[in-house]
Design a protein around this ligand. Structure first.
Ligand SMILES: [Zn+2]
Length: 304
């Protein structure tokens, strides 16, 4: 490996080990996470869940190549204390929120399983491809210890790509919330331009890469003193690894009074009047930002 700059926070690092048909991605989020978290006041179990889901969103979303493409993670409860989790990524912009029952969530402890959080819930992973307008969606049960386990199942079932996902987060008194993750995937021979006849999870080159990646510790993923290049090098120093830093991640939301006025303009006028209060204002709640946007009816007419 040769690199002139190093990657630390809020920017994914893509890497490929061509000889073993393996591609991967590392990311560590901190400032952007804290910007997202400050809009809410989440208890530790909720913060950890959302932080790791946001890392996963970046790992998957940053694989989208065309501008305007979007990756959405949505976890739906099966009677657990977490009612809803939504995260999305578009052009380096990241956002997410949780809806949960605070009393029930307080009972699950600091390191709950997915079942403790969601009950028999489901995770939907949606890729919206901007260039083709195509949408791919896979839905998998929320099973395992972290949301990364559920995403691994998605790749096995829907995409038939052997994958390893590691996610880790912690709360630091100084830095706040820090979370990191690794995505490793095997794209074996015939992947490009040809259909694969079968998927082999026991392929020796994948076994080798996965065994090495398994040694990566959660503390290393969240260690602010270790660059992502150093992590990749520690793991795969015996291989020829090509690295490529991805786009910087920022917190982004589409909400604004103008945006909501445009959305509301598509509703029939009578319905809009029903939604408005006595002063002629419709109040729209952006769950991502935990903010209410007052949209006056006359501004909606102007937007239509
Ligand atoms: Zn918003």
């Amino acid at each position: 490996m040769s690199e002139t700059t190093e990657t630390w926070f809020d920017q994914p690092l893509a890497f490929t080990i061509a000889e073993r048909h393996v591609r991967g991605r590392l990311v560590r989020l901190c400032p952007v996470l804290n910007t997202i978290m400050t809009a809410h006041s989440y208890p530790p179990a909720a913060e950890k869940l959302l932080a790791e889901a946001l890392v996963l969103t970046v790992l998957l979303g940053s694989t989208l190549k065309d501008a305007g493409s979007q990756l959405t993670l949505q976890a739906q409860t099966g009677g657990g204390p977490v009612e809803l989790l939504v995260c999305d990524y578009k052009d380096g912009e990241l956002r997410g929120y949780l809806k949960f029952d605070a009393e029930r969530l307080a009972e699950v402890g600091s390191d709950p399983t997915l079942f403790a959080l969601f009950g028999e819930g489901f995770l939907a992973i949606t890729f919206d491809q901007a260039a083709t307008g195509e949408r791919y969606q896979g839905i998998v049960p929320l099973e395992g210890t972290s949301i990364g386990d559920a995403a691994e199942h998605y790749f096995e079932q829907s995409e038939q790509i052997p994958s390893l996902i590691k996610l880790s987060s912690r709360h630091d008194a100084e830095a706040g919330c820090v979370a990191g993750g690794l995505l490793l995937q095997h794209l074996p021979e015939g992947e490009v331009g040809r259909d694969r006849l079968h998927v082999r999870h026991d392929h020796p080159e994948w076994e080798h890469a996965r065994t090495i990646a398994e040694t990566l510790k959660g503390d290393e993923l969240t260690d602010p003193a270790t660059s992502l290049e150093t992590l990749a090098w520690r793991l795969f120093h015996e291989e020829e690894v090509r690295i490529e830093p991805g786009a910087a991640i920022s917190r982004g939301c589409r909400c604004s009074t103008g945006y909501f006025a445009g959305v509301l303009a598509k509703f029939p006028e009578a319905e809009r009047r029903d939604m408005a209060d006595e002063a002629g204002v419709i109040r729209i709640d952006c769950a991502f930002c935990s903010r209410i946007f007052p949209v006056p009816l006359d501004e909606i007419s102007a937007a239509s």
